[in-house]
Design a protein around this ligand. Structure first.
Ligand code: NAD
Ligand code: TYD
Length: 337
């Protein structure tokens, strides 16, 4: 049995990872440490909660005593660190918690992992650490880090800290840098779920700037399959880009959502641009494809339709979110400035 500490497993990508991997692997015992921030939701894990190979612990990755206690209690030998403050707009409204969780929290996990001599530590980073691309070119693992937002700079700090623990202490660290994910259980502050839910509610769809910023979209299960491959076969000290070669402008995504839902383009509302808005992200994933044999298996056209259907079928899930605390953030973020 592999005893794995998965952090942030109640969030979007982490919960999809746990639900998926418990079905795929019968030799994983997963301890999910999540502080249940606004973005953490145990409803995401309903299908896993009664699995004997799964244990949830509510707690903060910055709490080193708790992390140490979990390492000894569950004989943790592997860590996959998904936990993070993850939303760029929130990091612009206030950055402190981003550095606390993303930088200090990762440092706590690395230090405890070092003391307990973990066999594998996968740091879930992001392509946003590379900064912004112009109209041409792709991010490779050799692209210099040049993060632009408080969010991406905090992720870059964690990313290079993890690599420094490999170089300095020989810790078996791998780092993944994935592009923008979509799929079930994504918190509706992010572009795709926000636009789906606003369309369903006949609310305006706020497009930042000219709507021509480009993101490279990947279905969350494809990302998680890549994470598992890096966990199993990744070479210590290496970085792996993950992406599905699916670049789209924001406006084209929004128009596609409106079209699938049969809603009018008149819901589109251009609003003030995000400060420091990165223009384009695009991933060269040839390293993980050639060295680990990964390739994406979901096609965007069908996976976006099934994602939209998931939000239609799971109104209760997002209704609970948007009726509560999230409402305050929404009013602050989208109030006329
Ligand atoms: P999310 O915001 O949906 O989930 C984050 C989870 O971390 C939540 O469950 C939250 O409660 C938990 N968390 C936050 N602070 C914590 C703390 N101090 N201690 C313990 N738990 C804490 O984020 P996500 O979209 O699922 O992203 C997961 C990871 O993947 C992040 O590290 C993010 O940077 C990275 N990533 C995300 C994307 C994307 O498109 N969403 C792309 C590339 C990389
Ligand atoms: P987001 O989902 O926040 O991901 P990230 O900024 O981390 O890539 O945003 C994706 C793109 O959509 C980004 O270019 C900003 C844009 N966007 C809007 O135009 N309107 C919105 O309301 C949101 C949330 C994002």
């Amino acid at each position: 049995m592999k005893n794995i500490l998965v952090t942030g497993g109640a969030g979007f990508i982490g919960s999809n990872y746990i639900n998926h991997i418990l079905k795929e692997r019968d030799d994983y015992f997963i301890v999910n440490l999540d502080k249940l921030s606004y973005a953490g939701n145990l409803e995401n894990l309903k299908e896993s909660e009664s699995n004997p190979r799964y244990k949830f612990v509510k707690g903060d990755i910055t709490n080193s005593e708790l992390v140490e206690y979990l390492f000894s209690k569950y004989e943790i030998k592997h860590v996959i660190n998904f936990a993070a403050e993850s939303h760029v707009d929130r990091s612009i409204l206030g950055s402190e918690i981003f550095y606390r969780t993303n930088v200090i929290g990762t440092n706590v996990l690395l230090e405890v992992s070092r003391r307990f001599e973990v066999e594998k530590f996968v740091q879930i980073s992001t392509d946003e650490v590379y900064g912004s691309l112009g109209p041409e070119g792709l991010f490779t693992e050799k692209t210099p880090l040049d993060p632009s937002s408080p969010y991406s700079s905090s992720k870059a700090g964690a990313d290079i800290m993890a690599l420094a623990f490999f170089h300095t202490y020989g810790m078996p660290v791998t780092v993944t840098r994935c592009s923008n994910n979509y799929g079930p259980f994504q918190f509706p502050e992010k572009l795709i779920p926000l636009m789906i839910i606003n369309s369903l509610n006949n609310k305006n769809l706020p497009v930042y700037g000219d709507g021509l910023n480009v993101r490279d979209w990947i279905y969350v299960i494809d990302h998680n399959k890549a994470v598992d491959l890096v966990f199993e076969k990744g070479v210590p000290g290496q970085v792996y880009n993950i992406g599905a070669s699916n670049e789209m402008t924001n406006i084209n995504i929004i128009k596609l959502i409106l079209q699938i839902l049969g809603k009018p383009d008149s819901l589109i509302q251009y609003v003030k641009d995000r400060p420091g808005h990165d223009r384009r992200y695009a991933i060269d994933a040839s390293k993980i494809e050639n060295e680990l044999g990964w390739k994406p298996s979901f096609n965007f056209e069908t996976a976006i339709e099934s994602t939209i259907k998931w939000y239609i079928d799971n109104k209760l899930w997002w209704d609970r979110i948007i009726s509560g605390e999230y409402q305050k953030y929404y009013s602050l973020q989208y109030s006329v400035k």
